[in-house]
Design a protein around this ligand. Structure first.
Ligand SMILES: O=P(O)(O)O[C@H]1O[C@H](CO)[C@@H](O)[C@H]1O
Ligand code: HPA
Length: 371
């Protein structure tokens, strides 16, 4: 079949936007009266002067209101670059670690930062409780400890978020992602975002690890995006692309490492989606998500990845499948305890897999900066 040519759709090959003329419009001047109407009302003498004064007063009130709204929206929208720089400098002045890789621990997965687990791999660990860090939100979810851990994994300098922020905790998306921008200002080039997620792909089993290939930004469809509002070019461009959000090379390395560690039978790849939570999904919602190509569903990560890509960080995403999504009405219901339990049960595998990945990603980054 011949391809459809947009210019021939209406039977005319002469669709040239440059040739089109626009109908004349009467421009409003911002206070409800058009320039034309104002001109019509012009009449000499005192009435005209009063009219002009009132219009001017109304205009300056309007301008003030716009200024006020701008201020409010900026406060609501997020901290300035300078404020986040203060946060980064606070941390940098208290640790000698200069992290190259940032890690966000998913629900229940932060526990592998405790003794007997990845904590032993984070050498020279220095911990900063969120409540002590200027401008930082605090973690309110069970399974999220609420501290930043600086140190080294296999020799690579890292900073790990032991506890992330979710939209359902009441934080706007930009605030959930504030630590990602702080990481950027700390010098982090690579973000590893992990999460606990429900498996939608019928081939997935509880305890599987899913390398995130792509995401579907469901909250973005409703206009909720961490980059919503004024854009600061110092972080990144107004319209960042997202078609290569999850680094291709990292994904290949993760598959290779899975084979080397002989865990490739539990390592999958797929598409993640995030809903706002905090309720788990209905059966109809889960069926819809399956239908549109989602392999796993959670309540995080997507907005963090968008923020990281906006400021040009490379991203690796990994989901631990903590429960099979209930796609019929007589199955067991999802619950947070199960999510945390599976995190605990997979602790050792996650520790080994992630620490090997950190080492390989760091080697790749150093090779890239070599002349
Ligand atoms: O995405 P993370 O933080 O890993 O946690 C997932 O697990 C929690 C639900 O049990 C939700 O917060 C969901 O997002
Ligand atoms: O089934 C789930 N749905 C949403 N978020 C989740 N986090 C873990 N499991 C799930």
């Amino acid at each position: 079949m011949a391809p459809i040519n947009a210019f021939e759709v209406n039977g005319s090959k002469d669709f040239s936007p440059a040739k089109k003329t626009l109908p004349e419009v009467e421009l409003e001047n911002g206070n409800g009266s058009s320039a034309k109407r104002q001109k019509d009302k012009r009449s000499p003498g005192i009435f005209f002067d009063i009219f002009i004064d009132v219009t001017r007063d109304r205009q300056s009130e309007k301008e003030k209101e716009i200024e006020r709204e701008k201020g409010d929206s900026l406060r609501e929208r997020g901290y300035s670059y300078e404020t986040l720089l203060e946060t980064a400098n606070y941390l940098l002045s208290r640790t000698s670690i200069r992290p190259q890789i940032g890690i966000i621990c998913g629900s229940g997965m932060g526990s592998y930062w405790k003794e007997g687990s990845l904590a032993e791999n984070i050498e020279d660990a220095e911990r900063f409780p969120y409540e002590e860090i200027p401008n930082f939100p605090v973690s309110t979810v069970e399974g999220h400890h609420g501290q930043l851990v600086f140190g080294k994994i296999s020799g690579a300098p890292v900073v790990a978020m032991q506890g992330r922020f979710h939209y359902y905790e009441g934080y706007p998306l930009w605030k959930c992602c504030l630590p990602v921008r702080v990481m950027k200002l700390l010098g982090v080039q690579t973000l590893i975002a992990t999460n606990a997620a429900g498996g939608l792909n019928p081939e997935f089993r509880v305890g599987d690890l899913m390398i995130v290939k792509d995401h579907i930004n469901m909250m973005g469809f409703a206009g909720n995006n961490p980059l919503h509002g004024p854009n600061d070019e110092r972080f990144g461009p107004r319209f960042p692309p997202m078609s290569k959000a999850y680094d291709y090379e990292f994904r290949n390395i993760a598959k290779e490492v899975a084979k080397e560690l002989k865990i490739d039978d539990i390592v999958r790849e797929g598409v993640y989606t995030c809903l706002g939570g905090p309720n788990f999904e209905t059966v109809a919602e889960l069926n819809m998500l399956k239908l549109v190509g989602c392999d796993a569903v959670g309540m995080s990560t997507v907005h963090e990845v968008i923020t990281a890509r906006h400021c040009n960080m490379k991203v690796f995403g990994m989901s631990l499948i903590t429960n099979e999504c209930v796609v019929c009405y007589n199955s067991d219901e999802a619950n947070h305890e199960e999510v945390l339990d599976v995190g605990r049960m997979r602790q050792e595998v996650l520790r080994k897999y992630l620490s090997t990945l950190v080492k390989r990603f760091a080697q790749l980054s150093s090779a890239e900066v070599q002349p």
